[in-house]
Design a protein around this ligand. Sequence first.
Ligand code: AMP
Length: 275
Amino acid sequence: VRDAVAQTRARGQRIALVPTMGFLHEGHLTLIDRARSLADWVAISVFVNPLQFGPGEDLDRYPRALERDADLAAARGADLLFAPTAAEMYPDGRPWIAVVPENGADRLCGTVRPGHFRGVLTVVAKLLGIFTPDVAVFGQKDFQQAALVRRMVKDLDLSVAIEVAPTVREPGGLAMSSRNTYLSSAERDAAQALAAGLRRAEALFRAGERDSATLVASIAGVLTARGVEAEYVEMVDPDSLDPLERARPGAVIALAAHVGSTRLIDNVILPDSDG
Ligand code: AMP
């Protein structure tokens, strides 16, 4: 990677990195498109990072298809696919030094996934160190992750631009996710409730509703009606992640829910009145 990066820089070209855990879908591939629009040379990493999985989570059964990923990434125009082993990334098993978020990681997904964002930020910091990209591209679907990565770059004075691309959805609205492969067809139907709930809240917001509790309750109603169990539904500031009582354009309503044994997340950015 260092050689490829050095050669690219020697040509005066800009470098973009798209970090992923693989089992690529159209959501990941649009990140490659965005990266391509911002840089001359695009690398994608595929690494199921053990450090961001908690005990009892799905590290062992997380879907993997490296050959297929390599074909998809190449066909979409990625110049390099980096797929290290866990032993290459963490030669001592666990890192001595980790990036620990002091704020913002103990809420939303962090409530039930303690240590998750420490794992995410540590591996992203390593990938940024390996590639020294001009720009790294993340997805809005993992909104808390993107917010914390932006904050890490700011607080640690890293020299990289962070881009966040919109969530790509299945025709019914379900946000694409490698974890959707866990869903039975009945569960896949039920899972549409996440996006349907967020669409309903967005419609209420467009119609003038500004009360957070009312917007959140409208989503909870849609989830319950489809037998989907919400883990959290919250409206927050997109940068500080602080809870908001009053809705405004740019605020994010984020949720996590269990469909059967699968944990899914989704969110919506509340639009400008003309948006
Ligand atoms: P993952 O492989 O799930 O860790 O995701 C890798 C990157 O792809 C992250 O920046 C995600 O936010 C992004 N991503 C995952 N799903 C989607 C989607 N449906 N639309 C846009 N970006 C996504």
